[in-house]
Design a protein around this ligand. Sequence first.
Ligand code: PLP
Length: 423
Amino acid sequence: EAATSRYVEKNPKSKPLFEKAKASLPGGNTRTLLYTAPFPIIIRKGDGHKLIDEDGNVYQDFVGEMTAGLFGHSHPRLQEAIISAVKNVGLSLGATNPYEQRYAELICSRFSLDRMRFTNSGTEANLHCLAAARRFTGRRKIMVFRGGYHGSVLSFPSDVSPNNVDLGDWVLVQYNDPDAVKQAFTKNSDIAAVIVEAMQGNGAIPATIEFLKTIRSETTKAGALFIIDEVVTSRLSPGGLRKLVGIEPDLVTLGKYLGGGMPFGAFGGRADIMSVYDPSVTGSLTHNGTFQNNTIMLNAGYVGLSEVYTPDVVELLNNRGEHMRRKLAEVFKGTKFCVTGRGSLMCVHATNTGMQPSQMTCKDDINAVDALDLRKLFWLDMLDAGFWVQPRGSIALNLQIPDEAIKEFIDATARFCDKYRDL
Ligand code: PLP
């Protein structure tokens, strides 16, 4: 309660702005995830790795726009790329432009895709990928996983139903459970595709190799397609997380930072499957979207991937993340907190039991021990100390965060643990 009062006290300008927003936005909100009670803090400006709110409070940003903000808030090269597209090329041209070929070629080579297509968001990339799988296989059912998130209309919370329940076209299976995958294939002979995150973003739960290998072999056996949703995880190695774990799916979806700060999504993979979108072939699938070849995204994304997030920088950022997670794990020893994740992506968990990351193999494991009050306390305490973190504990490092800020974050976490050790 004291921490919530402090939040209200420090943000007198956000509250009335939020009240005003309610008149035109339901609950004053246009992105559900960003709603926080009693009101969200309204951010006025982003600068480098910092955010400044309407009351002038400054935060070091460890949310990184849920991974899309990989380049930070004011990377000079990205700013130039955006301005150059606006000034020299023009906005959406209503025509094919050379920027799309150039960026598609880079994405195909970097992520080992035969063919790809752009979309406006990760959600759309996944929807079109599923449509491709259905057309290619002539089947309808899609296997998805409890706790999986592939966009706000493709969200599969772990609390909706028991394991392995057939929900019409969706076959919902437990994450990280190879036997459940095998059983689901035995029960359903008509699965078009399996779509999975190689690390579930909601909770930063990495998939085991055995789980991914099982999906690979079962899909091949059943004539179904294997789709890895790399919308979040493609930043974890130069070729994406799938390259790091050595698993080859049939299709991949991409998103977030690959737009260089602009709205972005993409999907691609095997040429024979992607040809369902070849408009020169009679009966091919339609895939339109007014802004999906917009010049700003295509230029910013290209510059971001070719000049800024180069393979050596990918390694560096993820090594810094590994270091941060190891340090946090040390700080959390003997407390009810722990941290999961990979590379530059992680999640701080508060549990009733002091559970270890290795015991957290699916969202149900976490839900069973989730200590909501403690999690909220961590969020409020870190905000008060000047660190922007998500209420659910997710952290994504951006390129503008200096080492010093990471050290300060770890020190603030240690102070938090000392203060509340007895809780
Ligand atoms: N897939 C995953 C794994 C995601 O985490 C997200 C967004 O958080 C999406 C897809 C959807 O992307 P977008 O928000 O761009 O539609």
